[in-house]
Design a protein around this ligand. Structure first.
Ligand code: PXP
Length: 247
């Protein structure tokens, strides 16, 4: 059964908009767990634009599910993640100017470097994931990095301007999932998923986790965090999870 991992970065975005003490992503994470989240994910960015170090350490101490940490492959993040010991790290590309993560990592030619970066986590039984586009060369490169998981970027699917291109993007994701599974890679999905565009995934098998932030936080602003997470969790729990899609 696929799981829901809730990203609480944008609770922190709201806090940072006023440089205030609230809302607190730690409180939001607790409510997300009450709403049925299987895990909490945060992205500690180099510029600390939303999540701060204090959030990561407090989440580590307070959440009762899994903590997943999105991070750039830098020495600073390697040190922090080594201290925090999240259940999973997910490496993402990071650019200071971007509004949000714009695409997957380019792993080609970096296999050895990334493998070396992941190894200290793997020896400590921390699961590792690489955020990549649904591109066969990147999936093969991810395999060569020795990661256990990949997270396929669903942003192009979510942003597709019309039904035809959305279907094409979905097809790429499904092909990516199948290729990854043939290589024994476990697959998570994330970016831009919301309460509507997630529905076609009910027919897609082989997804371990959905990593969802913005749409849940947006709904939470209106109906509350627990309810927003529960609404998404019920959708994902309703997925049969074992039916192969046919195009
Ligand atoms: N997965 C990754 C790797 C991300 O960078 C993000 C955004 O922080 C998400 C998932 C969640 O995306 P969204 O906030 O659009 O649901």
């Amino acid at each position: 059964m696929p799981e829901l991992v809730v990203n609480v970065d944008h609770i922190a975005t709201l806090r940072e908009a006023r440089k205030a003490r609230e809302p607190d992503p730690v409180h939001a994470a607790n409510l997300a767990e009450l709403g049925g989240a299987n895990g909490i994910i945060v992205h500690l960015r180099e510029d600390r634009r939303h999540i701060r170090d204090r959030d990561v350490y407090l989440l580590r101490d307070t959440i009762q599910t899994e903590l997943h940490l999105e991070m750039a492959a830098t020495e600073e993040m390697q040190q922090i993640a080594g201290e925090v010991k999240p259940e999973m790290i997910c490496l993402v590309p990071e650019k200071r100017q971007e509004l949000t993560t714009e695409g997957g990592m380019d792993l080609q030619g970096r296999e050895q470097e990334i493998a070396d970066f992941l190894r200290p986590f793997q020896v400590r039984n921390i699961k590792t994931s690489l955020f990549i586009d649904a591109n066969s060369k990147q999936i093969e490169a991810a395999y060569n990095c020795g990661t256990e998981y990949i997270e396929i970027h669903t942003g192009h699917y979510a942003d597709a301007p019309d039904h035809v291109s959305q279907k094409r993007e979905l097809e790429k994701i499904v092909n990516g999932i199948n290729q990854a599974r043939d290589l024994n890679l476990k697959v998570n999905l994330g970016h831009g998923l919301d309460y509507k565009n997630i529905l076609p995934f009910s027919k897609v098998s082989g997804v371990r986790e959905y990593s969802i932030g913005h749409s849940i936080v947006a709904r939470a602003a209106l109906v509350g965090m627990e309810r927003a997470v529960r609404d998404m969790s019920e959708i994902i729990r309703g997925f049969p999870g074992n039916v192969d899609i046919n195009f």
